[in-house]
Design a binder for this molecule. Sequence first.
Ligand SMILES: [Zn+2]
Length: 175
Amino acid sequence: MAAFARERGRLEGQHPVTGMARLSEGLHPPADAPASQVQWSAEGLWSQPLGDRPQLRLRLRARTTVWLTCQRCLQPVPLPLEIDRTVRFAKDEDEAARLDEEEDEEDVLALTRSLDLPALLEDELILALPIVPQHETCPQALPWSAEPSVPPGGTSDADAPEHPFAVLKQFSRKE
Ligand SMILES: [Zn+2]
């Protein structure tokens, strides 16, 4: 990994979303949806600030399309997912812990001989998933669509009657 960064190495490729088990677990693609691919690249960055020790970073970029369940109409919604993250490497766990406290902006990882790049990529994609996925415009006009929707991170009206589709969904899970 150190050599990769020092040489400003660059790797790129594509990986089927279905090959990422933890990410796929939270997705709900319709049966006829084409398989999504994750386009990704990893770039080693090496810098030596004046009077400081060399710093190693990995810039991870990826983009794909994920199928989630729209929180308004409960239909599948395809959403673009894109990450551009820089991970800084520390020489060991102690330094990683120390840097992690100092750095708010960056992820810090201890430098290990073998880096599990696919797992790191998958972690970052999972973290980037929208909390409240929604269609920009839901495909069907729903009788309750005139009601104000729940803001992201907000709480829904506890007295609201249960969404009829939510009930259907519970049934389909029981099969
Ligand atoms: Zn919708």
